[in-house]
Design a protein around this ligand. Structure first.
Ligand code: DGL
Length: 272
């Protein structure tokens, strides 16, 4: 463990296959980097779990990624980033960066695109922590941040249910709720939501700026690796995509989250 080099893989995890939106953005930006992805499909969804459960799952998965000699760990899940970042940071050697999906977005919205009436949608676990309002207000005191838990969206997307009339109706219903009235930007604070960006944009038209974290996080990962001189020199990437439970529906849904061809491998970290 911790014998890392530039040719070591990038470790990425999520509660399931939603974090593949982040893995996909990382792959598109840095096609030669090898990825080790872990989707904890046995414990999905994290959004409805207690914080102690999310912390314990995240710890176990991070230990696994460290054992795979990953040079950086990306928590590609808002529910785990908001609840378990400190837990993960504590067990990962300081030489290995840990990237969450929240801070790069907070930096982006408070620096690159300074906005003052910000909406946030995410799972119950993420919204409950109030991590977005807290961190945005640390950097921009005058920003008004209103959050709304939208628990139906991740399971709906995971089932491949988007881009149709029914999903649009559910999305419209959430977006028309009071906390989101009068916003100038909306953070999609769940790694599943890039897949409904089109429908969210359809609801708002050009009135509201939509923040999709996948590309922002991918750039952050590239910047950190570059700074640490850990960008790979390899000619070809070699990926592994592990999930803790397997059904053929995951295989099918995987294609909508990650554009390249993926073979899911089952790995149960909780047996014994
Ligand atoms: N992808 C997870 C996130 O970003 C949501 C899915 C879940 O609830 O497990 O929060």
């Amino acid at each position: 463990m911790a014998n890392i080099s530039a040719s070591s893989p990038i470790g990425i995890f999520d509660s399931g296959i939603g974090g593949l939106t982040v893995a996909n953005a990382i792959h598109e930006l840095m096609p030669k980097e090898s990825l080790i992805y872990f989707g904890d499909t046995a414990h999905l969804p994290y959004g409805d779990k207690s914080s102690s459960a999310i912390k314990s799952y995240s710890k176990k998965i991070s230990e696994f990624l460290l054992n795979q000699n990953c040079k950086i760990i990306v928590i590609a899940c808002n529910s785990a980033s908001s609840t378990a970042y400190d837990t993960v940071r504590k067990i990962v050697p300081t030489s290995i960066p840990v990237i969450n999906v929240i801070d790069p977005v907070v930096d982006y919205i408070t620096k690159t695109k300074k906005r003052n009436r910000i909406g946030v949608i995410g799972t119950k676990a993420t919204i409950k922590t109030r991590v977005y309002p807290k961190r945005i207000n640390q950097k921009n005191k005058t920003a008004k941040v209103n959050s709304l838990a939208t628990p139906l969206l991740a399971p709906m997307i995971e089932e491949g249910f988007f881009d149709n009339n029914i999903s649009q109706t559910i999305i419209n219903n959430y977006l028309s709720k009071k906390p989101l009235s009068n916003i100038d930007s909306l953070i999609l604070a769940c790694t599943h939501y890039p897949l409904i960006e089109k429908e969210v944009k359809k609801y708002y038209g050009s009135k509201v700026f939509i923040v999709n974290s996948a590309n922002i996080v991918a750039k952050k990962v590239r910047d950190v690796l570059k700074k640490k001189k850990l960008l790979t020199l390899a000619k070809r990437a070699k990926h592994h995509f592990y999930i803790s439970d397997y059904t053929s529906s995951f295989d099918k849904s995987t294609k909508i989250f990650f554009k390249g061809k993926i073979k899911l491998e089952k790995k149960n970290l909780w047996k014994d």
